[in-house]
Design a protein around this ligand. Structure first.
Ligand code: DGL
Length: 273
């Protein structure tokens, strides 16, 4: 077997903003030896209301930026970018790229007993029907009900996850889905795992809630092993954070969800890439 020369190079993780930190958190937990360079596109968030062309353009720019950091693999932590840009960028770049949709769909297919799966996500993710297509490739008889829940993103970002208004918004978006007999539901947006306990409470025990972040970190682990590029240096991992705007606000939010002290995030001009 070849020497593992890329091992210490970082993993590039990107998202439209802070939400992808839920995926970075899972990578830190499951792959504590891996260095990470995170980019949050805080100047152009939300992606969930943007067109496919723009989401592809943004994703290309971010991957070009991450390549300047010599990353050995990329994780598209954003569901919307995974749904709309992953196939395109995978063909264009010569680097392993992992998205969140396939891992999330796989976890749901493994969990469901009756083949009825709900997906909550952004407008763009649900409109693309990517989750439905991927689930059906894995389980053709599955039935999938998608629901865009755009207000969940600002509620989480404004720190309203535990506020009672969030309960009402959950009810407004998900009451129709609750009336169906789905037995599994995918949190198909980076921010929604931060509402996980509220959504679990709302659906009760009969619905299994899938957080794609967990499976994504497992997929990344498999890719690193397959390509023989896992970090085996034994050194403790380093994490770097870049954003396209509002670096201080990002660092503050990051510190509320990461098991790591984010002292600073650097702002870059992503339009240069
Ligand atoms: N990161 C996005 C996602 O997972 C949510 C926020 C946005 O709309 O950009 O789909």
């Amino acid at each position: 077997m070849e020497m593992n020369s890329k091992g210490t190079a970082p993993i590039g993780v990107f998202d439209s903003g802070v939400g992808g930190l839920t995926v970075a958190r899972e990578i830190m937990r499951q792959l504590p030896q891996e260095n990470i360079v995170y980019f949050g596109d805080t100047a152009r968030v939300p992606y969930g209301s943007k067109s496919k062309d723009n989401i592809i353009r943004f994703s290309r720019q971010i991957i070009r930026f991450l390549e300047t950091k010599d990353v050995k693999a990329i994780v598209i932590a954003c569901n919307t970018a995974s749904a709309l840009a992953l196939d395109t960028v995978k063909e264009e770049f010569d680097i392993p790229i992992v998205g969140v949709i396939v891992p999330g769909a796989r976890a749901a297919v493994q969990a469901t007993k009756n083949g009825k799966i709900g997906v909550a996500g952004t407008e763009a993710t649900i409109r693309s029907e990517t989750y439905t297509k991927v689930i059906r490739q894995m389980k053709p008889e599955a039935s999938v009900i998608g629901k865009p829940c755009p207000l969940f993103v600002p509620l989480v970002e404004e720190g309203f996850a535990k506020h009672k208004i969030t309960e009402e918004v959950i009810d407004i978006y998900l009451s129709d889905m609750r009336k169906t007999d789905i037995d599994t539901m995918i949190l198909g947006c980076t921010h929604y795992p931060l509402l996980r306990s509220r959504i679990m409470e709302y659906f009760g025990e009969r619905v299994h809630i899938v957080n794609p972040a967990y499976e994504t970190a497992m997929d990344l682990k498999a890719v690193l092993a397959e390509q023989n590029i896992a970090n085996e240096s034994g050194e403790s991992a380093t994490y770097e954070f870049y954003v396209s705007d509002a670096a201080e606000k990002f660092a503050h939010f990051a510190n509320t969800i990461l098991p790591y002290d984010v002292t600073a995030a650097k702002q870059i001009n992503i339009e240069e890439y």
